[in-house]
Design a protein around this ligand. Structure first.
Ligand SMILES: [Zn+2]
Length: 312
């Protein structure tokens, strides 16, 4: 199952204790996925959702908050990848529609507006419930194992602008991009996605997301360290091969007796132990030398050998 569905299933179980928040969440569902039509003098209010748990939640909220009985239908879209969708619909009269204006923001034409009714979500608890409703109906999130991405698909530019503004109130700087005929509001930063999940109350998804994020950062650090160690090792080996080559050339013409003073011992050790680091070679000298002492002596040896090789 997709991570989006995991998050939606978790959010669908989160009913919210306060009526103000339940109204706000319903409002988000209607704004993004609702439809109002008139048939034989009765209004048909419906929500089209592609997640079963969200449809059940909408059914419960309509009943708890407005006492409305609705029906849920499942249908299959022929040409879409997500082929199942759920329609929650209620038949209401004009009086009930008036009551519902707490959750439905009607436009001038008498349809459902795609703008946020800011008056309805004055309190922070309601703003968060509203974001939860938006994610339930139009949100998608990538698995944290992949690239970080959370988005809300919008019907039009006004809706997109409103959602961007709402997220901005929580320091979630959302980007906007046009895709096919929709506008998409998105977050790309792992930390901001975590903030979003926390805001809407997806606590389990938040933990899963954070665990993967920690694993990923540990793995990145380990890779960086291994790369660094490999690079150092390669440098040591290259230097050693060059030193051994110079020493052998020198021995051919001048013999081991030709090395001045304390350089002979180091030259012998280098040829015998080409894979040892300077620190290890230094420890074998008599008397032993520190790493920097050995490096100094090795530089002396190298410049002597290079000079000799140049004179030939
Ligand atoms: Zn509230």
């Amino acid at each position: 199952m997709s991570f989006s569905n995991d998050v939606r299933n978790e959010l669908a179980r989160e009913m919210g204790a306060k009526e103000c928040c339940q109204k706000a969440e319903l409002s988000a569902l209607f704004m993004s996925s609702g439809n109002l039509s008139l048939k034989d003098g009765k209004y048909i209010l419906s929500l089209t959702l592609d997640n079963a748990a969200t449809a059940r939640k909408a059914f419960k909220l309509l009943k708890n908050v407005y006492g409305l009985q609705s029906t849920v239908n499942v249908a299959t879209r022929r040409f879409f990848r997500k082929n199942r969708y759920y329609t929650v619909s209620s038949e209401i009269d004009a009086k009930e529609l008036t009551t519902l204006t707490h959750s439905i923001n009607l436009n001038r034409q008498g349809g459902i507006s795609s703008r946020i009714n800011w008056a309805l979500i004055g309190k922070s608890c309601c703003k968060r419930a509203y974001l939860r409703g938006l994610f339930l109906s139009r949100g998608f999130i990538n698995r944290p194992e992949g690239s970080y991405h959370l988005e809300v698909i919008c019907n039009d530019s006004k809706m997109a602008g409103d959602i961007q503004k709402l997220m901005g109130l929580y320091d979630l700087p959302a980007g906007m991009v046009e895709r096919k005929n929709n506008l998409v509001i998105y977050l790309k930063e792992g930390e901001k996605i975590v903030d979003f999940l926390r805001l809407v109350g997806a606590n389990k998804a938040l933990l899963d997301f954070e665990n993967v994020r920690i694993l990923k950062s540990v793995r990145n650090n380990v890779n960086r360290q291994v790369n660094c160690e490999t690079a150092n090792l390669a440098k040591t080996v290259d230097a050693s091969l060059r030193q051994v080559e110079l020493i052998k050339q020198y021995v051919e013409t001048s013999g081991w007796e030709g090395f001045p003073g304390n350089l002979r011992e180091l030259a012998i050790l280098r040829v015998e132990y080409p894979d040892y680091s300077l620190k290890e070679l230094g420890a074998m000298l008599d008397p032993p030398l520190t790493k920097s002492g050995t490096a100094y002596r090795m530089r002396k040896l190298e410049s002597m050998l290079e000079q000799a090789a140049g004179e030939q």
